[in-house]
Design a protein around this ligand. Structure first.
Ligand code: DLL
Length: 446
């Protein structure tokens, strides 16, 4: 569906794209229950692994009488998708499948997700609702600099942008010189890429002498696919004058557009008419009440290609209890600042890379480029943080740099309680990324 004439206020329950966002909660719960029951029945009939696990737990689709009964159902994990590679968890028949997406992961086999035409519609609907919520509409020029191909970022934003009537520039990641040129020449108003790739684009714009405020029409950044802190968001907004919006999603559940950040809260609205969220304690696997931090679990309640039931994302967050000022009834989750598998244990202390990022970026002379390097000797873990200094603050005045190094160290020490070796490096020294960045190099013996 195309919406050529969007009313000015898309943040309204009468808007065709956003109407579902404002659904009365009792109706939403009714819809969720209905969709959950159909999905469980569908998966039980069509996905052998799910049926086997339900049978082992003595649970049948007809046992799901309320939303709370979801806790009777078995969990699914990434390893299930790997073990059943390529298509063991497929629910739809092959003549219903219209597209595959894969995510590589760091080790072993990729995961492969078959999508039906209706899955693509659900996905597109999620992205359109995010874009509409950000204030993007027909007339905007959307540069999609997420990778296309097997990654979901490019095509997800592409379909969502076109669905909303934006002019889409499907440039994908890379060739950063051309990204800046086309952004300027085509009057791009919104860019979608990882926050770390946008940092690379900022560098290139500087190199070309392009000032975002004066020389471009850019107003919105649609950033996601990797954890990024509020400090990083502020840094980007300060540098460029754009609004940095957060978009969340994962291949297993559809792609970008499972949830999106709203200007009225620090968190992201989850489109829970399609993606039913739970927070669990990752150790006991028991559901946690709204407000408590734990692992995010999703059940897709309107997807057919690969129905995912109680899928453990490994992302850590909490669901807000209070309703959002924007009036949307869809629950809000905290921004994802960490994945449980990103947690580092250094000298016995649990540290998330995001905590380090936040400490570093509170020092104004520090650029948003850093690398955490861990190595070990026979007896000791070595913990280094390489930190880039901004071009303005970089000098060959040793005393000045030493003072900066101490301030960075004090900041890190006061928050994480450890004393890493801080290595200040010059502007442009650390690796940049065209997609998801790798900020931790862990060379410790396992
Ligand atoms: O990253 C889908 C996506 C594309 C999301 C473009 C947003 C924008 P995967 O490659 O399967 O899919 O990786 C999913 O990335 O479980 C999170 O750990 C992380 N992630 C995604 N979005 C965010 C975000 C895409 N906004 C994994 N903030 C997820 C923090 C995010 N982490």
């Amino acid at each position: 569906m195309i919406y050529p004439e969007l009313p000015h206020d898309v943040n309204s329950p009468t808007h065709p794209v956003s109407a579902m966002d404002f659904m009365p909660v009792p109706l939403l719960r009714e819809l969720q229950l209905h969709r959950l029951q159909s999905t469980v029945k569908y998966a039980y009939e069509r996905v052998p692994l799910f049926r086997k696990r339900c049978d082992e737990q003595g649970v049948k689709p007809e046992h799901i009488k309320t939303l709370a009964d979801i806790k009777l159902l078995p969990f699914m994990k990434k390893t299930d998708l790997r073990d059943e590679y390529p298509m063991g968890l497929r629910g739809a028949s092959m003549d219903e499948v219209v597209r595959f997406h894969c995510s590589s992961g760091t080790t072993g086999k990729p995961i492969c997700i078959p999508n039906t035409a209706s899955d693509i519609e659900v996905w597109k609907n999620g992205v359109m609702r995010c874009l509409a919520m950000y204030g993007i509409r027909a007339g905007d020029v959307l540069q999609v600099s997420y990778g296309y191909g097997l990654f979901t970022g490019g095509l997800g934003l592409h379909y969502g942008g076109e669905g909303l009537g934006c002019a889409v520039l499907p440039i994908s990641g890379g060739n950063t010189e051309r990204q800046v040129m086309l952004m300027r020449d085509l009057g791009v108003t919104a860019i979608a890429c990882t926050p770390s790739y946008f940092l690379r684009i900022i560098d290139e714009a500087k190199r070309q002498g392009v000032d975002f405020r004066k020389d471009t029409n850019l107003k919105h950044g649609i950033f996601g696919a990797e954890p990024w802190t509020n400090e990083m968001r502020q840094n980007i907004e300060r540098e460029t004058g754009i609004i940095a919006h957060d978009i969340y999603g994962l291949t297993e559940i559809s792609g970008p557009g499972v949830a999106g950040g709203c200007q009225h809260s620090d968190g992201l609205h989850i489109w829970e008419d399609h993606f039913y969220p739970e927070i669990i304690d990752p150790d006991t696997l028991e559901p946690l009440p709204d407000g408590e931090v734990g692992e995010l679990v999703f059940t897709t309640i309107s997807r057919c290609g690969t129905p995912m039931i109680r899928y453990r994302t490994r992302d850590l967050t909490r669901l807000y209890t209070e309703t959002c000022k924007c009036g949307r009834t869809m629950r809000v989750m905290d921004r994802i600042s960490a994945r449980s598998d990103d947690m580092l244990i250094i000298h016995g202390v649990n540290v998330f890379p995001g905590q380090i990022e936040a400490c570093l970026l509170r020092v104004p002379e520090v650029a948003p480029h850093y690398q955490i390097v861990l190595s070990s000797t026979d007896t000791l873990d070595l913990f280094e943080i390489k930190v880039e200094v901004t071009p303005e603050a970089f000098s060959d005045n040793i005393r000045h740099l030493e003072d900066l190094r101490k301030r960075v160290l004090d900041n890190v020490k006061s928050i994480i309680g450890l004393t890493p070796k801080i290595i200040l490096v010059g502007p442009g020294t650390l690796p940049r990324s065209e997609g998801k960045i790798r900020r931790v190099i862990d060379n410790r013996r396992k």
